[in-house]
Design a protein around this ligand. Structure first.
Ligand code: SAH
Ligand code: SF4
Length: 393
């Protein structure tokens, strides 16, 4: 059957960018910003030791500070945070805290939903940049969805973050602090009905994680390294979601971190994907999937294919069948995300019967398929994807 749906799109979109020249590492183009203060989460343990020695302190203070941050989840923004460093001589506390535990993010707004099981936080960073994270509690686990960039330069037209462009990359410390903040919230019993321990991290907040590659990889290391170097989460409980930056996916394979990879496909054909995911003009569906299969075979981990269901745009039965053919017999599963319409957009989520038919066809092709939980929909406001951050089980 002809891909008739492709011609039915009642929308146009133009980023005005030369997509063939999209840089892999998107550097901010806005005014020069002051650098983010250094934080111990930016550094591996050897560099933390060097840093404390440079301050005239014994090297083991690096372990003590790390234990406070990653083990006891010390909040550098808490009143008298330095005073809590009780195993460090009083005269050194302030200096060490200032040098290695600066306040990186200040909550501007916190919203709860789902009877207190979901908490969204809007953070202001040291230079005024804003990012969001969402903590989601379930009976058996706590997941946090974090941002990797302020804004995003990838320009996907259905995504709220994409509309504002890229402000800047986050530092490793700024990424890690969102995770540690969620661990603190869980530890304090702040997520109704959920365990008091954070177990999962998904990079599905603002930004394209693989466009901030080095800081993302360092952040994943901090999240997964055992305490006190890091937070000690399991690698397979960390999901990195990407728009499909093929060289970066291949680099990630070489890191041997075994995190779960999610690929935001949203269309099985290049004609539509070129428009929904502009970076597709650089790396086509086939190339993205090739990289995904290499990732799957090298890590042994099933790749999650993300597909936002957009009414009359990408939800036709023939597209389900085409997607099914691309994915059958692969180490993959599909996560359908009901589109969360962005303010002013003409797009809508697919009707439930259409969604059900899409699921049926994928499953008939042998592709495991789930529809994502849309946590916190009522607090989602401006950030499209955050409401749909939880990877369906
Ligand atoms: N930049 C990365 C990760 C952040 S977006 C990526 O694109 O994969 C996380 C997920 O939310 C992606 O699958 C993205 O396509 C999806 N998303 C973005 N806007 C959305 C919206 N309005 N409704 C539903 N899902 C959306
Ligand atoms: Fe960026 Fe992901 Fe949004 Fe696309 S969907 S604009 S890559 S955050």
């Amino acid at each position: 059957m002809q891909p008739a749906g492709a011609g039915n799109r009642a929308w146009t979109w133009d980023t005005g960018q030369d997509m063939t020249a999209l840089p892999l590492i998107t550097e901010p183009t806005t005014r020069r910003r002051p650098p983010t203060p250094r934080h111990l989460a930016d550094l591996d343990m050897a560099a933390r030791r060097e840093a404390v020695v440079a301050l005239g302190e014994p090297a083991f203070r690096a372990n003590q500070l790390s234990q406070h941050y990653f083990g006891r989840l010390l909040d550098p923004a808490a009143d008298d945070a330095a005073g809590a460093l009780t195993d460090i001589p009083a005269a050194s506390r302030g200096r060490l805290a200032e040098a290695l535990l600066p306040v990186l993010a200040t909550p501007v707004r916190q919203q709860a939903a789902d009877d207190g099981a979901t908490h969204k936080t809007l953070w202001r960073l040291h230079d005024g940049a804003l990012v969001e994270s969402v903590a989601m509690g379930y009976p058996d686990r706590v997941t946090v969805c974090v941002s990797s960039q302020a804004g995003c330069g990838m320009g996907c037209p259905f995504c709220a973050t994409g509309q504002g462009g890229l402000t800047r990359n986050l530092s490793t410390g700024e990424i890690v602090e969102q995770v540690v903040a969620a661990a603190r919230l869980a530890a304090a019993g702040g997520l109704t009905g959920a365990p008091h321990r954070l177990s999962r991290v998904v990079f599905m907040g603002m930004g394209e994680p693989l466009a901030n590659y080095a800081r993302l990889v360092a952040a994943v290391r901090r999240i997964t390294e055992p305490s006190p170097t890091g937070l000690g989460l399991s690698q397979r409980h960390v999901t990195v979601s990407t728009v499909g930056l093929v060289p970066a996916i291949r680099r990630l394979i070489e890191e041997e971190m075994n995190v779960t990879l999610a690929v935001s496909l949203h269309a099985p054909d290049d004609e539509l994907r070129d428009e929904l995911v502009p970076v597709n003009t650089r790396w086509k569906v086939a190339e993205v999937l090739d990289a995904a299969w290499d990732y799957a075979s090298r890590t042994g981990r099933r790749v999650s294919i993300e597909y936002a269901m957009i009414r009359d745009v990408n939800d036709q039965p023939w597209r389900a069948d085409l997607l099914g053919r691309l994915l059958s017999d692969r180490l993959a599963h599909v996560n359908l995300i009901p589109l969360n319409p962005t303010p002013g957009s003409r797009w809508d989520a697919s009707p439930k019967p259409v969604e059900r038919e899409f699921v049926r066809r994928l499953r008939a092709a042998g592709v495991p398929t789930t529809v994502r939980d849309t946590r916190g929909r009522e607090i989602d406001g401006a950030c499209g994807q955050l409401a749909a951050a939880e990877v369906g089980e």
